[in-house]
Design a protein. Sequence first.
Length: 279
Amino acid sequence: MTTSSSAVEVVTDRATRILAANPGPMTLEGTNTWILREPGASAVVVVDPGPLLEPHLQAVLDHVASIGCHVETVLLTHGHYDHSEGAAWFASRAGCSVRSVDPTFRLPAEHDLLGDLLDGKVLADAQDLLDGQVLVVDDLRIEVLATPGHTADSVCFNLPDEGSLLTGDTVLGRGTSVVAHPDGTLAPYLDSLHRLQALQGVARLLPGHGPAIENPAAVLAYYLQHRAERLDQVRAAVAAGATTPAEVVQAVYAEVPPILWPAAERSVRAQLDYLAAES
């Protein structure tokens, strides 16, 4: 696997993307690292530094320096390693904090990373992310929305001044997201999709993987329709005699490449849990 990063892409007035070189069946072209900045400001926010690929992380640092800025904080949409693994390395060099729902990943702005790791400290006193918070960094407004489902700690970040919504893995730029048992749970995920659907003023989605989405209403409607259709297919497979998640996958996900069947099986477990609670 190559470890270089792709070119800097200015997507909106406030959001720039640098793509990590970790392509794959679950990550599409790779993880999108987002650099957020109010026009003309000197501080930036970095969302999802990505995996521990030093050339990619250094490319993010180099870009921030090239525009004469410093990193105020790192925000994580969720704790999956392809979004979070590089956060501590990045923060230690940027001299910034890491904020997340899961305290495992939090770091204060001033920290001795090596000492903390050796001491086994859990830095619970670092700033967390809470639903409804409004973060203001050098006039950049970021609204925190709890959107559990893909993972229990998933959040989205709304930029109300331009109508952009960073969705992590809750909504992808292409295809649909996996809700993988046991951390992924379908009922909260459906609630989160409905919440995003009801959010006013969203003109585009900036996902954790894949291209920006300029038709958010249509994509969110498709996501909900897709989930409803999958649940109907799982119900039918069970009614036809499927008794294990693997048997459901063979019946329902036959068009999916076999390399993705383990992920599909975890998704089926989440669907079966949802149906069991429904009955």
